[in-house]
Design a protein around this ligand. Sequence first.
Ligand code: ATP
Length: 198
Amino acid sequence: MPQRRRRLGIMGGTFDPIHHGHLVAASEVAHHFALDEVVFVPTGEPYQKRKVSPSEDRYLMTVVATASNPRFKVSRVDIDRDGPTYTIDTLRDMRAQHPDAELFFITGADAFASIVGWKDADELWQLAHFVAVTRPGHHLSISGYPPDRVSELEIPALAISSTDCRARVRAGYPVWYLVPDGVVQYISKHDLYRRLTA
Ligand code: ATP
């Protein structure tokens, strides 16, 4: 009898810091698509103008946030690769590491909207199935994309963003319950976001 292929979710993000919006998105997609595992992949050197926190801090916060879920893993592929992160490179590396798995790339409505701008968009569809999840304040439309390669999933609305978390820390407001407890402690211990301008 043929074996069922492993179903692997990939959750890319800057995770500066990782928050409960990310974790709920990954958990909902994992449930809905019967994924065996979700790999969180913090981005490398950014191409946006904003200077992000050091890769190692974003990686470690992601490890702390996902540690309690046996199906959640964290990969260094993007932070260990030189230069900006392009989703196509993430997917090529994940495909090489997991040649037999079915790949599901998880993205929020805002990130999905920029999909057509990604380098080598056509190859993306060959490498993975894309799951675009709803996000408060962002319109989600997957019309015009290959229907067998892209799905839309409505998830519980959590109006949390990393930008807001950073601004709250800078202004002295709490981020308890917006991010996992261990991430609150990591931010405080390493004095992150107090001096950032964005
Ligand atoms: P920033 O505010 O710094 O831009 P962010 O909160 O958007 O950060 P990212 O690390 O850029 O977080 O997001 C990684 C992925 O998670 C993206 O695909 C994004 O759309 C998705 N995402 C982030 N927050 C949510 C949320 N609250 N609900 C659903 N999806 C989310």
